[in-house]
Ligand binder design. Sequence first.
Ligand code: NAD
Length: 448
Amino acid sequence: MADRYANFANSGLGRTVVKRLGLPDPPRLRRHNPGDPITDGPVLLGAAPGGRLSEPIHKLLEGAGAEVAEPGARPEGVRHAALIFDATGIGDSAQLRALFDFFHPYARSLKVSGRVIVLGTPPEATAGPKEATAQRSLEGLTRSIGKEFGRGVTSQLVYVAPGGEAAVESTLRFLLSGRSAYVSGQVIRVGAGSPPEPADWERPLEGKLALVTGAARGIGAAIARTLARDGADVIALDVPAAGDALAGVANETRGRALQLDLTAADAAARLAGYLAAGPRGGVDIVVHNAGITRDRTIARMDADRWDAVLGVNLTAPERVNDVLLERDLIPSGGRIIGVASIAGIAGNRGQTNYGTSKAGVIGLVQSHAPLLTGRGITINAVAPGFIETAMTAKMPVGLREAGRRLNSMSQGGLPIDVAETIAWFASPGSATITGNVVRVCGQSLLGA
Ligand code: NAD
């Protein structure tokens, strides 16, 4: 369903009307095209005294071809693509003033779809309560900037564990580029370690085999295409009834189609058998995207609706994970990625079944992350907000418009936005990112 309002607001007449009436003003978001540079303009890099990240990040950005400027130059007239601030030197609340001193003079210097990134130390990894308190404060700044700057600007907090200085490149590349167009107000945790650097950052998944469930259409089809674009061989899985569309996606991605209903009693075992017999004797990247809604208030819901939603959205990924892990079909370097929803974080009227299942996906990620670290496997999830798909096209018009407008981008996201976030989790460079749930919701005002 086309977003007619956004098209109108971006037309000549529309721009005037929107401005005069103070209506939501959805900007055209910058999205990634293969071959795009890491940023579309200079990056201003600042730091609180004693920070441990600005030096490695300066090197990293220059190595990646970005133009890096330091605060001090007169801000007038310069248009920055990104403002990055290393806040790891902030050891107590008095030192938070460094944030104001950096952002105040440059707040108006960002381009449309500009980026704000604050780097901190995870509060639980700090030296004591004063530093932990100050580092925790950073989240209020980045989330507020996301709501304040508008014009497609995104704002994130990245907590980098001590020893994670060399592990932050995949995340910075994702956040600076148009790949993260619809991700804002997020807190990302990068763990310690030194992941391998891909030979080609445009095709980091070369040589990897990925399984995408629910890949016949919508977000799943976009995930299959994006992982294939990034170099992966893709197995696209969906129900037999979606066979034609599934074959289309498999052809397009030069991958394989697997028709399977994930709620069948033997589904996980059949999938495991299929993967074990395949060319790699397993699978590197598993994306649990298949999902359904069967909305009713709980008072009006029948048990079938409850069971169907829990079965597809939560029990199926749980069973598949269990079997693949038991049979050692996901090697070290593997990735498991769930698709939750903001309904699983904030809840939603008429979606007790769906909200339960999607909060369960978050639980699955958080409970498995520490268990899988020793095996070299990461597990993370995306939590999409309002994404333009067949699922949201079916919504009543009032709710649909609210979903589209009530976020920092004043528009719905696209399936590619969810897919890009999954590709970042899947990247070998993201080896120390685990247990994260990142919302792809344009910083939705609905819910948390
Ligand atoms: P969609 O309905 O367009 O696609 C879902 C796919 O999953 C379909 O192709 C369907 O056939 C497949 N599927 C369903 N049951 C299956 C089963 N038993 N076995 C195998 N495949 C099965 O949905 P979408 O909008 O693309 O959503 C994809 C995922 O994103 C879902 O998990 C959904 O809950 C989640 N999500 C979507 C939005 C949104 O705004 N569209 C928001 C939050 C979360």
